[in-house]
Design a protein around this ligand. Structure first.
Ligand SMILES: C[S@@+](CC[C@H](N)C(=O)[O-])C[C@H]1O[C@@H](n2cnc3c(N)ncnc32)[C@H](O)[C@@H]1O
Length: 239
């Protein structure tokens, strides 16, 4: 998807990008490709593919809730090179973004990126989500928590739901087969204090790939023992 088409496709879903925002995406692309030569950030480096499969795909989260007016705090768990939260921050500058990732090289890239793009109200944390979720400063403190391509939903729920404040939402961006993952995770979601609200289905333009946003609302406090210690959610997923 060429940058101009990206702009047109976003306009179709009610998002109008300014010249400044278009320049921010262009600079994001340049830095991503430049840094990808030094540290592994993404397998996708072709301009049109980055605009579609990273930038546009990240912004599809806006199909699940209106991000325009509320000054939501959003935590992106395992954002890697910044997806989905940095494209969302460019489009919705009112968001208060926190990113937690266990790889310091990626946090360093994001520090430089946020500086170059002059993004305000972005906090970056080098930490494991399992420890971050037990940290009083972050536990049950975000309106929204999101993640893309980090783990299966049952594992991801343990990493993300503890960070969501009561009545807030966990939004998992998923590619195919999300129904299977949702079924497998139902009990874990309930154990962690969440409730499945809906699965928003959409299709990426041009390539017709299906995408899903699993929306989980936090109904009750998460029991203190979750998340368990680093590595355990992955080794012994909640059943
Ligand atoms: C496959 S990458 C996906 C990155 C990005 N979300 C995307 O969609 O392009 C997974 C990222 O999650 C991070 N990650 C994996 N497990 C984690 C954990 N337990 N706590 C924090 N970060 C984690 C990795 O360091 C990596 O940057």
């Amino acid at each position: 998807m060429k940058p101009e088409i990206f702009k047109q496709e976003l306009a179709k879903i009610g998002i109008e990008l300014s010249d400044t925002q278009m320049r921010q995406f262009q600079r994001y692309y340049e830095l991503l490709v430049e840094w990808n030569e030094k540290i592994n950030l993404t397998a996708i480096t072709d301009l049109e593919e980055v605009y579609l499969k990273h930038f546009y795909d990240s912004i599809t989260l806006a199909n699940a809730l209106d991000l325009k007016d509320d000054n939501y705090s959003i935590c992106d768990v395992g954002a890697g090179a910044g997806f989905p939260s940095i494209p969302l921050k460019i489009v919705f500058p009112n968001l208060k973004v926190s990113i937690v990732d266990s790889l310091n090289k990626r946090i360093k890239f994001l520090t430089l990126l946020c500086d170059e793009l002059q993004l305000e109200n972005v906090s970056l944390y080098h930490d494991r989500a399992e420890d971050f979720g037990q940290n009083k400063a972050h536990r049950e403190s975000y309106d929204l928590v999101t993640a893309r391509a980090v783990a299966r939903l049952n594992v991801l729920s343990e990493l993300c739901i503890p960070l969501v404040k009561k009545d807030g939402k966990f939004l998992a961006l998923k590619a195919a087969k999300s129904e299977e993952e949702v079924l497998e995770s139902k009990k874990a979601i309930a154990t962690l204090g969440g409730k499945l609200v809906e699965e928003v289905e959409m299709t990426l333009p041009f390539i017709e790939d299906k995408r899903y946003i699993v929306v989980i609302e936090k109904k009750k406090e998460t029991p203190k023992k979750y998340p368990r210690k680093p590595g355990t959610p992955n080794k012994k997923p909640l059943k």
